[in-house]
Design a protein around this ligand. Structure first.
Ligand code: SAM
Length: 471
């Protein structure tokens, strides 16, 4: 229907434009010309002649004005039409990209695409290069023709930015448009729009660490990620705890050791300290234990690795006890049981270093999303964005729980739960919990958006010592 109306308008304008050409054929006579119907009479005062006189003399002027207007309107319509056709063409090219990625979901898996050089086989990379080249070229063309503000192209841009920025930066020289790069910059910092955290592997509704430990940094937001600085508040705290021990051989118990990343920290310690450490890794995941054993062998660090479940079996005792992101159970009670295991592993003079996943981070992220959408797209969109986050992650401040992947609910730690639960199990903090900050470049891979000008996301780092339980 809209097309019919458009066509009618175009033809009407074309007819108007042709009017001055056909006017002589219809023989609109000019004043005073031979054969005129109302010849001007000598001495006749203006306005006394037949009423059509002034109209006739204005005829050519009106014709020119009308045709000029018609020509301008025709040009405008032509430009709108051309823009629309280009838009439709780019849309159809874009649909091809989406179809291609539907047949290969790895192309929309940010943990693969953000590190595609390492993750993809050579064959796969060839196909990926083609998809990215076509996708970004379409968007470069759309940007240079100012077509990015239509909803479809805007979403296309956000989609490409969400999954394929790494490729773009590695091939930045292929794209030259100033508007294009301005848009890249604006989508780079800010909200990632798509909630796309990959699901935590789980058969039982609880996180399956056997799977997670095999693809650790793809799946887990970790303080040991290669994107983290080498020295952090966590590594400093572990080093301090070891240095404070007076034992000749310091038994370091790593509860929930995962694939043994802590061994790399030990490897970086000053030799005199490292040589005093006897490492004990504990995990309920067998593959994690195997990885830890292999890593210890590789680094030449004396180690025992025990495959036990802290919920059922008491761990051995150590001079320094570390639990990095291990206390993240499926209920508050489970967290308390894990903290009890930590407490039972610490002998009387031991130091305990806990890294506890922070619940407040979810509130921080929601606030960042809200203000970002509000500044870019107004209150209504901001409200929708916040609602979408709540629907996917369903955070619950009362139990300090939320679901990172939208499926598996995990129980985190707030300042309030830390205070309460450490006292409950008999652990006394040596100081207030401090934040272990994660760089935004790492956080963005885990659905936290990218807000480099805002405070980063964090986990709570707590140093404690065993305390007597109040009776
Ligand atoms: C997030 S990972 C942390 C791994 C390691 N600490 C690191 O930061 O690299 C949590 C680890 O805790 C282990 N874990 C969780 N609950 C456990 C339990 N009840 N008993 C033993 N290990 C457990 C998991 O198997 C997993 O390897």
């Amino acid at each position: 229907m809209a097309d019919l109306r458009r066509m009618a308008l175009v033809w009407w304008v074309r007819l108007l434009a042709a009017l001055p050409l056909v006017a002589p054929l219809i023989n609109i006579p000019r004043a005073g010309a031979a054969g005129a119907l109302w010849p001007i009479q000598a001495g006749a005062s203006p306005g006394t002649g037949p009423p059509q006189d002034s109209l006739r003399s204005a005829g050519p002027v009106i014709g020119v004005v009308v045709s000029a207007v018609a020509v301008v309107v025709a040009i405008v319509i032509h430009r709108i039409d051309a823009r629309r056709t280009r838009g439709l063409y780019l849309d159809s090219l874009w649909s091809q990209i989406l179809t291609l990625t539907q047949t290969n979901p790895r192309l929309c898996d940010v943990s693969v695409t953000s590190n595609y050089l390492e993750q993809m086989t050579w064959q796969e990379r060839l196909a990926y290069d083609a998809v990215c080249l076509q996708g970004w070229t379409i968007l470069d063309a759309a940007a240079s023709r100012r077509l990015l503000d239509g909803t479809r192209m805007r979403l296309a841009f956000d989609w490409m930015a969400a999954f394929h920025l790494e490729w773009l930066h590695n091939n930045a020289h292929l794209f030259g448009g100033r508007r294009f790069w301005r848009r890249v910059k604006s989508v780079e910092s800010g909200e990632s729009r798509l909630l796309r955290h990959r699901p935590v592997p789980s058969e039982t509704g609880l996180a399956s660490w056997d799977d997670l430990n095999q693809r650790y940094f793809q799946m887990v937001f970790s303080p040991f990620d290669p994107m983290m600085p080498k020295r952090t508040a966590l590594t400093d705290s572990i080093e301090r705890a070891l240095a404070a021990s007076s034992a000749d051989v310091i038994r370091l118990v790593d509860l929930g050791c995962g694939p043994g990343h802590l061994l790399n920290v030990l490897d970086g310690l000053p030799t005199v300290l490292r040589e005093r450490v006897h490492y004990v890794g504990i995990d309920r995941s067998r593959p994690a234990c195997e990885s830890t054993r292999r890593r210890a062998e590789l680094l030449g660090i004396p180690a025992e690795v025990l495959n036990i479940d802290l919920l059922n079996v008491a761990p051995p005792v150590g001079d320094v006890v570390v639990a990095v992101n291990t206390v993240l159970g499926g209920s508050r009670d489970e967290n308390v049981t894990l903290l009890r295991a930590v407490r039972s592993s610490a002998h009387d003079h031991a130091r305990v270093v806990l890294l506890l996943p922070a619940f407040e981070v979810m509130e921080h992220i929601i606030e960042l999303r809200r203000s970002w959408y509000e500044s870019k797209e107004g209150r209504a969109t901001a409200r929708r964005a916040v609602d979408a986050t709540l629907r996917v992650k369903h955070p619950d401040a009362e139990t300090a729980s939320y679901s990172d992947d939208g499926v598996v609910t995990q129980f985190f730690h707030s300042l309030e739960t830390i205070d309460r639960e450490l006292a409950q199990v008999g652990l006394a903090p040596l100081a207030e919990p401090v934040r272990l900050d994660y760089p935004w470049s790492l956080a963005r891979k885990f659905d936290y958006g990218y807000f480099p000008d805002q405070p980063p996301v964090w986990d709570w780092l707590v140093e404690c010592r065993p305390a007597r339980l109040a009776t």
